[in-house]
Design a protein around this ligand. Structure first.
Ligand SMILES: C[S@@+](CC[C@H](N)C(=O)[O-])C[C@H]1O[C@@H](n2cnc3c(N)ncnc32)[C@H](O)[C@@H]1O
Length: 439
């Protein structure tokens, strides 16, 4: 018996009590994966099969329970009763076997009845459960999503566009199931899982699991959490179906104000194309060579990146690595330059960085470089140039985070009033210059 399996079993019982027999069955099956010989779990699974009118499975399930070594007499009695009911429903030659089971049940349970009385009264109380019907009802009220999850992604499931999308389109908005940050303890995770409904837990257990290959993970919940977690947003079921790419066509971000995780298109995306997002911070993607990205992703996420950029020919990888290495040098160099002495140089390096990003087909994060340029221009009182760069940053942020994101709104403020110290405390602080460089 493991703590995780017991928690899953308890949620299975909860599902059973609320007639959600599909969820109950899924949860018993998960608990059995963690503890395959547990007689109680086997017994519960047989009961779920019975409630779902899956007679042959229920018969086999009860037999499996009877074969497990650790059942008490009372539990064995239940197993005989369940198998008897499953056999009775199958009729024909199984009826005779059902009577044998009822006899065994009566012998163990000491109930004062004859097998015939028992056979006459056994009512399985079959129900289709509410799980599927609930899901179908919610599907019919959910507006059509611009993507579908299919098992033909880079690796396992992936999200595919169902219609043509444009840069700036909102692809997904999802409320996280729970948010525990980057380093939750096992007991925080257990508490968060405990608070889920049975059907939410079924969804969590259906997520991808790299099974202990990411350092320090213990137990199924932390394995699943660290395989799928988004740094700011925690665990999201649908967003977890998007695979990673080093030249992504979409990006995920957490929208604090609404408490929703969002995915926006970074490029135009054709219907049927896979939608891919970066799993690690932008600068670690656009500013790292393939070898560096692969090492990082192996360590942080436990997989070997097979995205399009990482699968280029060796010759093209060399070119891509060269661009990304230059980008790293640029973003490391920029903070070392002072606007008073190196204003023109800063703007020229920023132009070089954004051009490289575009050449590399990496269409996020140019806003950070453009925002830096806006700050430099406002610090030397070049209002027109500050407005130019702030507009660029603002328009990128609108596309990547939404017009209502705090990130975007802040940039709008700079664009409208570049010399306001509320937006940038160094506004007008340095020698006045005109920084005419443009993209
Ligand atoms: C959050 S899940 C994404 C959905 C997942 N493919 C599934 O089947 O549910 C993350 C897992 O997908 C796979 N994956 C995602 N992006 C990948 C990539 N670029 N290269 C290789 N595997 C990737 C890895 O196995 C990773 O652990």
């Amino acid at each position: 018996m493991t703590l995780d399996a017991e928690l899953i079993k308890r949620k299975g019982n909860q599902a059973f009590m609320s007639n959600d027999f599909n969820a109950a069955l899924q949860l018993c099956t998960h608990a059995l994966k963690l503890d395959p010989d547990n007689g109680i779990y086997l017994l519960n699974r047989a009961f779920s099969y019975l409630k779902l009118a899956r007679w042959a499975d229920a018969e086999q399930g009860a037999t499996d329970a009877l074969l497990s070594a650790n059942l008490s007499d009372a539990q064995k009695a239940k197993a005989f009763l369940r198998r008897g009911k499953a056999r009775k429903q199958q009729g024909g030659p199984s009826l005779h076997l059902a009577r044998e089971d009822f006899r065994s049940y009566l012998a163990l349970s000491k109930e004062q009845k004859t097998p015939e009385e028992l056979e006459a009264e056994t009512d399985v109380g079959v129900s289709g459960g509410t799980f599927l019907t609930d899901q179908m009802a919610s599907l019919s009220t959910t507006p059509a999503r611009p993507f579908v999850v299919q098992g033909k992604g880079l690796a396992g499931d992936g999200a595919f566009a169902t219609r043509p999308l444009q840069r700036g389109d909102l692809i997904l908005e999802e409320k996280p199931l729970f948010q525990l940050g980057d380093t939750p303890t096992n007991s925080q995770l257990q508490r968060a899982v405990e608070a889920l409904s049975p059907s939410e837990l079924c969804q969590v257990l259906s997520l991808h699991n790299v099974k202990g290959t990411v350092g320090g993970m213990k137990g199924i919940f932390s394995e699943i959490y660290f395989t799928n977690v988004f740094a700011a947003a925690g665990l999201c079921i649908l967003a977890s179906k998007f695979n990673h790419a080093c030249s992504p066509n979409a990006r995920a971000s957490f929208h604090d104000e609404s408490g929703r995780h969002r995915i926006y298109a970074l490029t135009d995306i054709a219907a049927g194309e896979e939608i891919v997002i970066p799993y690690i911070q932008g600068r670690n993607v656009y500013g790292s060579t393939r070898a560096q990205r692969r090492t990082r992703l192996r360590f942080s996420h436990g997989f070997e990146c097979m995205c399009k950029t990482c699968s280029l020919s060796e010759e093209d990888v060399k070119k891509s690595d060269a661009r990304r290495s230059t980008l790293k040098v640029l973003y490391e160099q920029l903070p070392l330059l002072h606007p008073s002495y190196h204003g023109e140089q800063i703007i020229s390096l920023i132009i070089q960085a954004i051009t490289l990003l575009r050449e590399e087909g990496y269409l996020a994060d140019a806003d950070d470089f453009a925002a830096d340029a806006a700050h430099v221009c406002s610090s030397v009182s070049d209002v027109e140039s500050a407005r130019y760069w702030a507009r660029l940053a603002y328009e990128s942020r609108q596309d990547e985070f939404g017009a209502d994101s705090a990130h975007t709104i802040r940039m709008k403020g700079i664009m409208e009033d570049p010399m306001n110290k509320k937006h940038h405390f160094q506004a007008g602080m340095f020698r006045t210059q005109v920084l005419s460089g443009r993209l």
